[in-house]
Design a protein. Sequence first.
Length: 309
Amino acid sequence: MKLPDFEAWAVFAAVVEHRSFSAAADALAVSKATVSKAITRLEGQLGTTLFHRTSRRLTLTDSGRSLAEHAQRILSEGQAAEEAAFESASAPAGLVRVAAPLTFGIQAVAPVLADFMKLYPGIKVELRLSDAFVDIVGEGIDIALRIAELPDSSLRARRLGPVVMHIVASPDYFDRVGRPRHPADLAHHACFVYTNTSNPDVWRFRKAGGEEAAVRVEGPIRTDSGDAMIPALRAGLGIARLPDFMIRGELAKGNLEAVLEDWSASAAAIHLLTPPGTLRPARVEALIEFLSESLRKSCGAFHQNDSTP
């Protein structure tokens, strides 16, 4: 039986992560020629081209994209196996890359990371905060936090807790236009659309008794940032569907008012995602467990502070 070229697979994973042969060579502490030969060798063994190469750009082919996940798994499990061998002799150390939504990352993730790094001074964390979709495998992310209804995928997912969503506007807006009594009424309102979802123009609702409703909305603002909606909400320009942690302060101050509170406005939850594979470096495993415990408490606090059934 011929063994796989594990070195070439690991080099391929590094090139995918760093988006260039030179950067991958620097990360692996080898020459660019070594990286190039490994990729050529792997392409020859597989009988397919992994990258489109030009003088200015390196992009994955369709075959390369489908194999990148396997390469990342081979590299991650190899690193995890090595770390497991040394784990008893030393504390977890090294870099962990974490991706999280912007506002949730600032409010909930950054504070607990400070506590984590006190416990594990040898671990470094690269925290990427963005509401944009992150390609976990392609960008070399170890842990991603997402607030969504997750589609089926090969990623490993851990549900940490529910995210309560509110339908909100300023009291002035409701006094001027009227307060919706049923989700269907939203079709006649100016609704701000958050675009980082699979079907942003349709809002779905469920009542405690099982009644369901779906309404197509539209309005003057479409954006991939919930925070960007808040000034326009305060100005009385429309209605938005936003998570509790983002607008709790605005509700407490009376700047915004929630309606349709007897309806659940979303089935979203906070999920912790990791790349496929059963073996993970000790530093990644430590942060997964720490974040899971800490953020479950945060989710519980968000849920308990809300009156939605």
